[in-house]
Design a protein around this ligand. Structure first.
Ligand SMILES: [Zn+2]
Length: 284
């Protein structure tokens, strides 16, 4: 998109980048799974992070990737030797088709309970956006079977995932935190929801009027959190591929970086404020 930025204005760039992103083939492309900690595996596509958290009493799957990507996720889980029907919960970061398009298929193949925050319920159950944006989204809707509140936990086989509501990118954007055993250590893992503005109208958004306040509260909230590992829905933004190669080559703590969460939050907070400014000037 760098070439476009030289010829286009901010609005055109924003629109084009969203359209281009909507067609990103890497989001559905196969990618081999890899182990992150003792009980966390990346099972997503080339361009989308999907995480399997395993326990002896059943598993939790975070996100699903695209509709076509669900086949990749299922094949990856099976290739690691885990059964789809042992998955107890399907949880999500946020209701955009690149992350939850495959949920309907995964619901059928796992029978697991679909968990989401109230803020994402409308989108998940209608297969569409719930905000004024410069793009459109469409995916097979799913029924939300359990609503998760801020601070609430999902527990399976001694593993607990705590939901931290971080709205903005979508109304129900949910980050998840857990303690995970890792080669003799215990790591705090953050699965942080996307923090980009994602083509959302930030001022006078008729469908999501409190969006700018939500973003600011989310950044403030995440600044109080600590984590040893950052795992996200777009793996390239945390160089997860490079870390997985380093781990395979013997660097056992390749995924561990206790500074990364705060750097990530700061980067997207700065971007948000930059994008908000011109939109505020347009305010009538
Ligand atoms: Zn998104």
């Amino acid at each position: 998109m760098k070439q476009v930025s030289r010829v286009g204005g901010v609005i055109l760039l924003s629109l084009l980048s969203q359209l281009a992103l909507a067609d990103d083939p890497s989001w559905s492309a196969p990618h081999a799974p890899y182990q992150i900690t003792d009980n966390i595996y990346a099972v997503g596509t080339e361009g989308i992070g999907v995480y399997l958290i395993t326990t002896p009493k059943g598993h939790i799957l975070l996100d699903a990737s695209t509709e076509q990507g669900a086949n990749v996720v299922e094949a990856n889980i099976k290739s690691l030797g885990f059964k789809l029907t042992d998955i107890k919960y399907l949880i999500e970061n946020h209701a955009h088709s690149d992350h939850v398009g495959g949920l309907a298929q995964l619901k059928k193949s796992t029978g697991a309970t679909i968990v989401a925050s109230q803020g994402d319920r409308y989108s998940l159950e209608h297969g569409t956006l719930d905000s004024e944006t410069n793009w459109e989204d469409k995916f097979t809707p799913v029924k939300v079977e359990k609503i998760i509140a801020d601070g609430e936990k999902i527990s399976v086989g001694g593993v607990q995932l705590q939901a931290v509501l971080t709205p903005g990118h979508t109304k129900g954007c949910t980050s998840w935190f857990m303690q995970s055993p890792d080669n003799g250590a215990v790591r705090k893992v953050a699965f942080v929801c996307s923090l980009t503005t994602a083509g959302n109208k930030l001022v006078n958004n008729k469908i999501y009027p409190q969006i700018a306040d939500d973003f600011r509260n989310t950044f403030a909230k995440l600044k109080t959190q600590k984590a040893d590992l950052l795992l996200i829905g777009h793996p390239d933004l945390a160089n997860l591929e490079g870390k997985s190669i380093a781990k395979k080559n013997g660097k056992t703590d390749a995924f561990v970086d206790s500074t990364e969460l705060q750097k990530f939050v700061k980067t997207f907070e700065d971007k948000f404020e930059k994008e908000l400014m011109p939109q505020q000037n347009l305010k009538p």
